[in-house]
Design a protein around this ligand. Structure first.
Ligand code: SAM
Length: 279
């Protein structure tokens, strides 16, 4: 039984899991808190869950206790594996542990739909994983929702609206094909050791289809170019994309003197559509 497992501080002491900064190790040891994070992912019964960076397994326990059909836990640090195996033994057949780099593993080889991704991510690879999950070769993706811990500042970029300083590429990438919201905020003291900055859990639910039509590669290119020089007027920032960029902007109702951070998602999609299939 999961409830019979020893407290996490004891697990950490028994397995010598002193936190390593290079692996982004800030552990959650309060099982009430990990249960609360797992609840943000919704009803896990009948779902497979992909967890990146389980560490000593606090969130892993909560996902299993929350009724996940199966959890695939991908952990880079070999020191954590024996601790995770104790959890697997308490839930026969429901926890698969893979030791390796989350950036390299093909998760779907181990999972069946529906899949939810839930993780207290290592900060050093968190944004890269998020961008990969949000920009798969085809939509809908292999997952139905992402419930992820980020530095508060990254979480704010994901949910930001036009006109705010945090609004940018990540906001558009996330909101184009997902419902995105900040589900929880956590102070540094919630972690062992405490990180320097506050954190937040973001919940992203995949929409069945993009909110507005556009080719993903073109939209990415237009948005990346626009925000690369976010202080410039768009007619200048985007002039490398097409000689007639002023006309294209005007044709979709964007003033050529506007700046990227004030342009809403639907207008970026309309602008991307003026490029048809290539840019
Ligand atoms: N989930 C645990 C918790 O909440 O206490 C640990 C979270 S800690 C912020 C991040 C975890 O990710 C660490 O256990 C670390 O070893 C692991 N990690 C770091 N880089 C990784 C990678 N590239 N692939 C898989 N796991 C990684």
């Amino acid at each position: 039984m999961i409830d019979d497992l020893p407290p996490l501080r004891q697990v950490i002491a028994a397995h010598g899991l002193s936190a390593r900064k290079a692996l982004g190790q800030n552990f959650l040891l309060d099982l009430n808190l990990t249960a609360k994070i797992a609840r943000q992912a919704g009803d896990l019964r009948g779902c497979d869950v992909l967890e990146i960076g389980p560490g000593p397994g606090g969130l892993t326990r909560a996902l299993l206790a929350g009724g996940a059909r199966k959890v695939l836990a991908v952990e880079k640090d070999a020191r954590c594996i024996p601790a995770l195996e104790e959890i697997a033994a308490a839930c026969p057949g429901r926890l698969e542990i893979v030791q390796g780099d989350a950036l390299e593993i093909d998760a779907m080889a181990h999972l069946s739909a529906p899949v939810r991704i839930v993780a207290n991510l290592p900060y050093n690879v968190g944004t890269e994983l998020l961008v990969r999950w949000l920009d798969p070769p085809a939509w809908p993706p292999f997952w139905t929702s992402l419930t992820l811990m980020f530095q508060r500042e990254v979480a704010e970029r994901i949910v930001a609206k036009p006109g705010s300083k945090a609004y940018g590429r990540l906001s558009i990438l996330a909101q184009w094909r997902c419902e995105a919201r900040i589900a929880m905020s956590l102070p540094p003291g919630a972690f062992t050791p405490p990180p320097k900055v506050a954190s937040a859990v973001v919940h992203l639910a995949a929409l069945p289809a993009p909110r507005y039509p556009a080719d993903a590669a073109i939209l990415n290119r237009v948005v990346a170019t626009a925000f690369n020089q976010r202080r410039k007027m768009l007619r200048a920032a985007l002039k490398g994309l097409a000689p007639d960029i002023e006309e294209r902007l005007a044709s979709v109702g964007i003033a050529p003197t506007e700046r990227a951070e004030r342009v809403p998602l639907d207008r970026f999609c309309a602008l991307a559509r003026t490029f048809g299939g290539s840019v």
